[in-house]
Design a protein around this ligand. Structure first.
Ligand code: DPP
Ligand code: ZN
Length: 878
């Protein structure tokens, strides 16, 4: 397949200034009339106009109203006989397409009788011939015509300027978007929808109309999304002075969506999963995700839409920055310092369990990639979450106010332009000329260019005679595909020192900025060896290696003023025990010792710590995270060790779990705020532990109580937690509860997704997970074509149930292979995501390794594989 390289970027040979689109919408044959004003780019040598197109039927091409010659070349429409000079000309193209046969969900498609579009990254070319690249920005006028009874609502970007009836039961609407935009931000929606409307007045006094469009049955699930949108608008004005620039801002929800949501100008299209919530159907996690995704897409209006990407290699320019902004927003919404820390820990957990493996595997790529075969494969945790960490480090280096100044300068310079990651970093540095960022800008930008997770090795030396503590920090970064050696990164290490009783040592807090392979910091006036607390708040996306003793980690866990490092100390203690037990020979015994269990008890019973924080500390590192620490991975052994640790925690802390449950179980009327969500999270963990303990001792009391809670719950979080506790523990009441859950919620798509996902992710016991998942594939409610449903069953199993997938008989890999091929035949984007479940196959021990390789090779050998899946599997085998 063709490889696209960043170094090959060239500006477009033509500009498209305006686009006038007319759609006659019909599921079987939609007609698209596209009239553009085009002109040559005077800065580029004269050349033919090459327009992108895919799965279109071309009927007519006119230049200035006259027929013209054209040819087709590799899907592109090539026009050679165009007017000389740089005067604009009219280009009119008439095509048809077939939305009901569009199973890729890219371009114009039909979902449950409603038309939707998805154009990012390269879907617009499936609607009409165009210069489908983000640096070509035009104004759009869009006329939609459709049957009025079937499609009463007709939406596109911008403002509604005209609407009315047509002959034959049809009607039309015309929309004008005054903002120039790249075509990936184009959208239309047509169907039977209802909306929640909310007029608002911004801080500056302008009026806006906010609307959320859903199916009639979902209208009672739109309040939280609307509240989130209003909060996001207010936040962006307050924190960054960025106002809403549209009279009307619309969100539309669809059940069939490849991604989470899409920031089309003024007309965001969302996966229902990230819009719809009420207490009866959505969990706290859903509520939090909705708040953050609604905000994320809204924030794109500035960081992405007003200033967009020059080319797709710059994707992190908008995504890293916008993830950073939504993370900051969620922290500000969470409120208390402890709730902010909880959010930070959750974000870091995603980074370490998903991005670190990506950065160490065959798909490793820089935050600003250098090449791709299929850009859809680069909507990754590296571009998004690591990209956000890079932006966060800039804020750490220039300070919060300095960051706001930098953002302001960025918009002053680049509003209305398509720019690069360099432009962003430059604006940050120029607005903060005395900062360490400006001082080390070129070196800092290696975060964009070099893949791989850097390691920082810390060694402390106490000199009792001089009273000094010398801290040496050495950085390195392992090779990644195409990058055998790395230059040093600029790494901000926030730190402080404690004494062995846990008191913070005054004057030792600082930000150490590494920019060389080795950095030494000396602390004077020390009476005794201190305990260093390094990388506070996870100030850089690196792996920190240190030689702190268990006792020192216990001091940090009990006393550090930095909540992130308190949590981290607990994770390190657990990880050490897990790794020792994984590496030991023979059967798995009890990996946890008394000191560790006592420390966990102290956290659980702590009078001052928040419930949400306790839940995070008492949750053991994930199996995939443990696997990442090992050179050779036996997924069954890791699973056995982690399960043994969980059972020990369940038994040793039994009375404490009972106490925690009783203390936190009543929360009154459901509210999704961080404080009450934290109480519910801890209650849920307690029930999981109590059901797990009951499994061993055969005592029916706690499974019975859990089942009762499942039945009596007044909100989905409590109900789902109880269900999950029974199912995860493998208790027979779990089966009964699953059946009742299905009966009650079978009409709620998103709840059914949870029902499938819970069973797909439930622990494997004697190889029962795969047959369970295979049986669910045949369930009448299963639908492979619906991305949410397919992911809830298949991706949950392949990505989140390692012991179920990695079977010695290789049947898990065969299942993976068959599903990847099956899905690839109609939706390559979803298939390619699933394909990545075996990225780390090279680390597997035998017999897993050979069996996994055989499955990947079988996929690679398949004829007619999509570019998407081909790129993933060929990188895996390279
Ligand atoms: N641009 C979308 C986002 O907000 C992804 N399609 O992440
Ligand atoms: Zn985004």
């Amino acid at each position: 397949p063709r490889i696209v390289r960043r170094e090959d970027y060239a500006p477009p040979a033509y500009w498209i200034d305006s686009v006038d689109l007319t759609f006659d919408l019909d599921p079987a044959k939609t007609r698209v009339l596209n009239r553009m004003r085009v002109r040559r780019n005077p800065d580029v040598p004269a050349q033919p106009l090459r327009l992108d197109g895919e799965e279109l039927n071309l009927a007519r091409v006119l230049v200035n109203g006259q027929g013209t010659s054209f040819k087709m070349d590799g899907g592109q429409l090539v026009l050679e006989a165009l007017p000389e000079g740089t005067e604009p000309f009219e280009l009119e193209i008439f095509t048809t397409c077939c939305p009901e046969k569009n199973t890729q969900l890219m371009g114009l498609y039909v979902s449950q009788g409603t038309f939707f579009t998805q154009c990012e990254a390269e879907g617009f070319r499936r609607i009409t011939y165009f210069l489908d690249r983000p640096d070509v920005m035009a104004t759009y006028t869009v006329t939609l015509r459709a049957d009025k009874a079937k499609y009463p609502v007709l939406l596109s970007n911008g403002n509604l300027v005209d609407s009315g009836d047509l002959d034959g039961g049809r009607h039309y609407a015309r929309w004008e978007d005054p903002h120039r935009k790249p075509c990936y931000l184009f959208a239309l929606v047509a169907g039977k929808l209802v909306c929640r409307s909310q007029p608002i007045i911004s801080r500056s006094g302008t009026e806006h109309l906010l609307q959320i469009y859903v199916r009639q049955a979902d209208l009672d699930k739109t309040e939280h999304a609307m509240q989130s949108l209003m909060a996001a608008i207010a936040w962006d004005e307050t924190r960054f002075g960025l106002p809403l620039d549209l009279q009307r801002f619309m969100i539309v929800a669809t059940s069939d969506f490849n991604m989470g949501a899409m920031e089309n100008k003024g007309l965001n299209i969302f996966n229902t999963k990230f819009v719809l919530a009420n207490p009866a159907t959505a969990t706290d996690t859903d509520y939090a995700n909705i708040e953050s995704v609604v905000a994320h897409e809204y924030f794109h209006n500035w960081t992405g839409n007003r200033v967009t990407c020059r080319d797709w290699f710059q994707l992190s320019l908008k995504e890293g920055l916008t993830v950073f902004r939504d993370q900051e927003f969620s922290q500000d919404m969470a409120g208390s310092p402890s709730a902010r820390a909880v959010k930070r820990i959750e974000d870091v957990r995603v980074l370490r369990t998903a991005q670190f493996p990506e950065d160490a595997g065959p798909m490793a790529h820089p935050v600003r990639p250098d090449q791709y075969a299929e850009i859809n494969n680069f909507y990754t945790v590296t571009v998004y979450e690591k990209g956000a960490e890079v932006v966060r480090m800039m804020q750490t280096l220039v300070g919060r106010e300095g960051f706001a100044r930098g953002l302001k300068l960025y918009f002053e310079r680049h509003d209305g332009q398509a720019v690069t990651c360099d432009d962003f970093a430059q604006a940050m540095a120029d607005a903060n000329p005395d900062s360490p960022l400006a001082q080390h800008l070129e070196a800092f930008k290696r975060w964009y260019a070099q893949a791989g997770t850097p390691r920082v090795r810390a060694q402390g030396q106490f000199d009792p005679e001089r009273g000094t503590y010398t801290l040496t920090l050495r950085q390195s970064c392992p090779p990644t595909p195409g990058q055998p050696t790395k230059a040093p990164f600029v790494i901000p290490v926030a730190m402080g020192l404690l004494d062995h009783q846990g008191h913070a040592l005054p004057g030792t807090e600082r930000l150490v900025v590494l920019h060389e392979p080795e950095t030494t910091v000396v602390f004077e006036g020390m009476d005794a060896a201190p305990v260093p607390s390094l990388l506070r708040g996870f100030s850089a996306p690196v792996i920190l290696e240190h030689d702190l003793s268990d006792d020192e980690l216990l001091v940090l866990l009990a006393h550090d003023t930095d909540p992130f490092n308190r949590w981290e100390a607990g994770q390190q203690l657990a990880l050490r025990r897990a790794l020792a037990a994984v590496r030991a020979a023979g059967p798995v015994h009890e990996p946890l010792d008394g000191a560790f269990l006592e420390a966990m008890r102290a956290v659980l019973r702590h009078p001052a710590l928040d419930a949400a924080f306790k839940e995070l500390v008492l949750t053991l590192p994930a199996e995939t995270y443990i696997a990442e620490q090992l050179d050779e991975v036996d997924p069954q052994r890791i699973h056995a060790v982690r399960e043994a640790m969980r059972r020990q925690l369940a038994h040793a802390l039994h009375d404490d779990w009972v106490w925690a449950y009783e203390q936190h179980k009543d929360n009154g009327a459901y509210r999704p705020d961080a404080f009450s969500a934290g109480r519910r999270a801890l209650t849920g963990l307690a029930l999981h532990m109590l059901c797990l303990a009951a499994r061993d001792n055969g005592n029916p009391v706690w499974p019975g109580k859990t089942y009762q809670r499942f039945k009596d719950a007044t909100n989905m979080t409590d109900r789902y937690q109880a269900l999950s506790a029974l199912v995860t523990a493998g208790h027979e009441l779990g089966q009964r509860a699953l059946a009742q859950f299905h009966d009650r919620f079978h009409a709620e798509e998103l709840v059914l997704d949870k029902w499938f996902a819970l069973q797909a992710g439930a622990p494997d016991r004697d190889g029962d997970a795969l047959p369970r998942v295979q049986a669910l594939l045949q369930h009448p409610d299963f639908n492979l074509r619906n991305p949410n449903r397919a992911r809830s069953l298949i991706s949950t199993f392949c990505h989140a149930n390692p012991a179920g997938l990695h079977r010695a008989d290789g049947a898990g890999y065969a299942f993976w292979r068959d599903r990847v091929l099956e899905i690839d035949a109609f939706n390559p984007q979803v298939a390619a995501r699933l394909a990545r479940a075996l990225d780390r196959w090279r680390k597997l021990a035998e017999p897993y390794r050979s069996a996994a390789r055989a499955a990947i090779e079988a996929v690679a050998a398949h004829e007619g594989l999509s570019t998407d899946v081909r790129e993933v599997v060929s990188r895996a085998l390279a």
